[in-house]
Design a protein around this ligand. Structure first.
Ligand SMILES: NC(=O)c1ccc[n+]([C@@H]2O[C@H](COP(=O)([O-])OP(=O)(O)OC[C@H]3O[C@@H](n4cnc5c(N)ncnc54)[C@H](O)[C@@H]3O)[C@@H](O)[C@H]2O)c1
Length: 261
């Protein structure tokens, strides 16, 4: 299937590591032009950008912590300055920071600032351009929004709010044919996931095997590329009548009968 993404312009937040890296790679393979908005300075981002550029992809990097509203604006401005238009926003940057019920009000507020506000802010600043291009928005949420996890109130609240905003924006943006969808990963081995395993459990290896064994399809984690393929589809004309949807890309982990595993 030709997704017809050649020369389309996408902003990918957190686009140089983990799932975001997978999204950048898949969009680059489809010939899209990218702005990676990330606070991950240094070799991880530079090396990815160099590699994609060497393969002929136009890549710009907007460095900064997206908790800063001006950094969100700067990422959008950069796309418009360099490419002149924006065809889609992929809200992906986030961190499961373990701000649970005992962490207190400041930790809860901080977690929402890290995980939620920039989803709104990037779309807010990109909106005039998205209206012109009839663009698309993909919000990367999490199965935590549906299942809970325990000990992570701020992250869970943010991920749930991202789903609410997916429906809200899908409704608000109908007149402009801007489609808005969400992708819900469950278990994807990324730097963030690795850190969570290594810092939360005494025996991370056995915890990893235990989780994988509970994933119905093939008892394995989802790859970043498998998430990215759905994101690319949702950004493309091939999903031209799909909006306001929540896609669980998780080998059946969230929704299939527990007795299967
Ligand atoms: N890995 C999983 O299993 C999993 C499961 C469910 C949902 N998710 C979601 O997928 C998304 C990506 O997660 P990942 O596992 O690839 O994480 P990751 O830590 O491996 O990569 C995230 C990237 O986003 C950047 N980032 C985070 N917050 C930022 C901010 N405020 N400003 C700028 N950059 C920021 C980080 O620096 C990093 O480069 C997140 O929204 C996460 O909640 C991941």
């Amino acid at each position: 299937m030709d997704l017809n993404l050649k020369d389309k312009v996408f902003i990918v937040s957190g686009g140089s590591k983990g799932i975001g890296e997978g999204i950048s790679r898949v969009l680059a393979k489809e010939g899209a032009r990218l702005v990676i908005a990330t606070r991950s300075q240094g070799s991880v981002t530079e090396e990815l950008a160099d590699e994609l550029r060497a393969d002929g992809t136009a890549v710009e990097i907007a460095y900064g912590d997206l908790q800063d509203i001006q950094k969100c604006k700067a990422a959008i401005d950069l796309a418009l300055e360099v490419y002149g238009s924006i065809d889609g926003v992929v809200n992906n940057a986030g961190v499961n920071d373990g701000a649970g019920l005992t962490a207190g009000p400041d930790a809860f507020r901080k977690s929402i600032e890290v995980n939620l506000f920039h989803y709104y802010n990037l779309v807010h600043f990109a909106l005039p351009s998205l209206k012109k291009s009839r663009g698309a928005i993909v919000n990367v949420s999490s199965k935590v929004a549906i299942t809970g996890q325990g000990g992570t109130s701020g992250y869970a609240a943010s991920k749930g709010a991202q789903l609410a905003l997916t429906r809200e924006w899908a409704a608000e943006l109908l007149p402009y044919s801007i489609r808005v969808n969400a992708v819900l990963p469950a278990e994807v081995m990324t730097p963030l996931y690795r850190k969570w395993l290594d810092t939360t459990f005494e025996d991370p290896g056995s915890k990893e095997r235990q989780i994988s064994a509970k994933i119905p399809l093939e008892q394995r984690m989802t790859t970043a590329e498998e998430i990215a393929n759905m994101v690319a589809f949702l950004l493309s004309d091939s999903s031209s009548h799909t909006t306001g949807q929540f896609m669980s890309i998780d080998g059946g982990y969230t929704h299939l009968d527990r007795s299967l595993t």
